[in-house]
Design a protein around this ligand. Sequence first.
Ligand SMILES: *Cc1c(COP(=O)(O)O)cnc(C)c1O
Length: 448
Amino acid sequence: MARSEISLPELSESQVIRHYHALAKMNYGVDDGFYPLGSCTMKYNPRINEDVARFSGFANIHPMAPNEHCQGALRLMHELSCDLCELTGMDAFTLTPAAGAHGELTGLMMMTAHFKKLKEKRTKIIVPDSSHGTNPATAGYLGYEVVVVGSDDKGDVDMDDLNDKMSDDIAGLMLTNPNTLGLFEPNIMEITDIVHEAGGLVYYDGANMNAIMGITRPADMGYDLVHLNLHKTFATPHGGGGPGAGPVGVTKDLERYLPKPKVIETGGRYSLDWSGKDSIGMVRAFNGSFGVLVRAYAYIRSLGGQGLKEASEMAVLNANYLKKKLEGHYEIPFNRSCMHEFVLSASKQAHEHNVRALDIGKRLLDLGFHAPTVYFPLIVEEAMMIEPTETETKEVLDEFADAMIKIAKECEDDPEMVRSAPKTTPVSRLDDTLAARKPVLTWNMKRD
Ligand SMILES: *Cc1c(COP(=O)(O)O)cnc(C)c1O
């Protein structure tokens, strides 16, 4: 086929640049402004991580290059695993899972392998009613029966309910701590003991690790397996479906089940180890999202142990500061000291003015902020989950609080205006599911 027969767009470089620049201006990201999307840890991503990820020695290696040609990359993976072990108290890590949800799958596959080895038939996984949707989805996907344990009136795992539901066919419990209400489970040691006494394992959903770095560790709380969302806690740009990484750490007893390959060090040389008959096998091609691993490594090394601890302390301080400022204006169903995030309820606005959490989120867009997470966790009516992160200034937190307070007032004075927001964005209210089901992949800006 001649080149002229292929219908390629005839565009100059400047036209292409303008096209993408125009599209970029319609977007909103952490570099545009405050992004308090709870559970997602939308912190600032330091640019040094990007520089390091683009070093040609990292960016241009072929995944099938021989070990001797990529000692630096292997060393980075080995050292990152060691850092993650230190932060979580676990004994070994795999870096290959692609995201948190994939880490959950990997972790539960290891649990399954463990009970198969012990010749124990365990068919159920317990998750709290506040859990992230990926927890029951992962357990269900692997054929486990999902048993839901309730929350008590303080927002913690209901201990009576947990004791009632514990039995010898429970493979394990999946629990994030701080939980999805942003609250630290005060009974965590008792919870992990109860599961262990019945022969089960406890899985740490590490999406909320940003609250506890250098302060406490999942292993010390009695957890057996952990995933970390490197793209959340360790500052890789995320959202919009970009690559992530969900490394999984385990205690010594479970190490033999880790996926292949493992990076090992012998006498200062690094190699990929494909041995291990109990391994669950490969969960992803090659070594996972290597670029994300580089960013996480750069982030961890540039902050250092003390810096990571300070990051968590500031994340917790910022969340508590913001919660205090919003206290009189919105309901806070479980109002006690929070960790790195907290959950408000728009129940008062909904009942009195027929303005819902979704409307408030949309109105925030007009005021120049990203919306918080809404309608999660499921146990809070009209939930708005706010996670400010450690990288915001007091000025930004104050501006956001002012905007939220202004909206609370608008709900009283002009609820219709809030219900019809946003007015200043490129598009207003969209059909949320249509975009996923019938995506329009070619878009002519002139046409629309
Ligand atoms: C984000 C999140 C997950 C899933 O992680 P992904 O990296 O998005 O797959 C699981 N649990 C909690 C609590 C989360 O916030």
